[in-house]
Design a binder for this molecule. Structure first.
Ligand code: NAD
Length: 243
């Protein structure tokens, strides 16, 4: 049995699927019927800002109609009750982890409810529509864009994430296809640093073979079960904890 104190959890679109937010689907990786290259690259934003802004306006508006599910709730409970270090790293741009109550959380691919100024770099909370040429409240330039990390751009919080993985005893990946880098490489990083690795996903992912253990099923079932077991082991003070 492994002694676990420091945990890093990576989440992807699959953890929000049962809340009614679509994942990437289809062989071409369609996102709500759009090719990723048309809505998720700097080139797409330059070519057709109206389409890109409208796409994220729709995703942002849709957040009002969804709620956290038992998987988000279970991770928020783990965040509250886990005595050791914990970092939830989400690739998701929705806000369901924080609505469930998670605090030890970073959004590595940006947030729907945020706008980014292309001129001064400020990030502003943004809950309504964001038309192209919206004025930055900080510098006044009309260069606000959705605060989404597009393909080819540097994800947020990489230093903090890498430091947490280097110190982790356990790395857990939930509801992610393992197709988007650098997140897809975190399991190898964790393994190289000596952490145990666990995947919870609906089906085998591109990276399943890289995990010491891979459990298949719906996040709303697997995640609460896993959290329950981990917290039960924590409360048995004298016993070593296992994943
Ligand atoms: P992905 O769509 O590529 O893969 C989702 C994975 O989740 C798949 O392997 C699928 O089998 C699994 N899955 C589906 N339903 C599940 C369930 N109920 N329980 C457990 N697993 C389930 O997602 P990704 O790997 O996160 O990459 C997508 C990228 O697109 C991310 O960078 C993200 O920013 C963006 N995205 C975000 C959202 C969101 O914020 N909710 C939604 C779609 C896409």
């Amino acid at each position: 049995m492994l002694d676990i104190r420091n945990i890093v959890i990576l989440t992807g679109a699959g953890i929000s699927a049962e809340s009614g937010i679509a994942t990437f689907r289809g062989p071409g990786g369609l996102w709500e019927g759009h090719r990723v290259e048309d809505v998720c690259t700097p080139e797409a934003l330059a070519r057709n800002p109206a389409l890109v802004h409208r796409f994220y306006d729709e995703r942002r508006a849709a957040l009002a109609g969804v709620a956290a599910n038992p998987a988000h709730d279970a991770l928020a409970r783990l965040d509250r009750e886990w005595h050791g270090e914990l970092l939830i790293v989400t690739q998701n741009v929705d806000d369901l982890h924080e609505r469930a109550g998670a605090h030890r959380l970073v959004h590595m691919h940006g947030e729907l409810r945020s706008a980014l100024c292309g001129a001064c770099g400020v990030r502003e909370t943004w809950t309504g529509a964001l038309p192209p040429e919206s004025e930055c409240p900080n510098c006044g330039t009309c260069a606000l864009r959705p605060d989404i990390v597009f393909f080819g751009e540097m994800p947020y919080h990489m230093e903090r994430i890498e430091a947490a993985i280097a110190a982790a005893d356990l790395f857990v990946s939930i509801g992610t296809s393992g197709a988007v880098y650098p997140a897809a490489g975190f399991v190898q990083m964790a393994d190289a640093c000596g952490a145990d690795t666990l995947e919870l996903n609906l089906e085998r992912s591109a990276g399943s073979g890289l995990f010491a253990d891979s459990r298949l099923g719906a996040a709303s079932v697997l995640v609460p079960e896993w959290v329950e077991r981990l917290l039960a082991a924590q409360s048995t003070q004298s016993s070593p904890m296992s994943r």
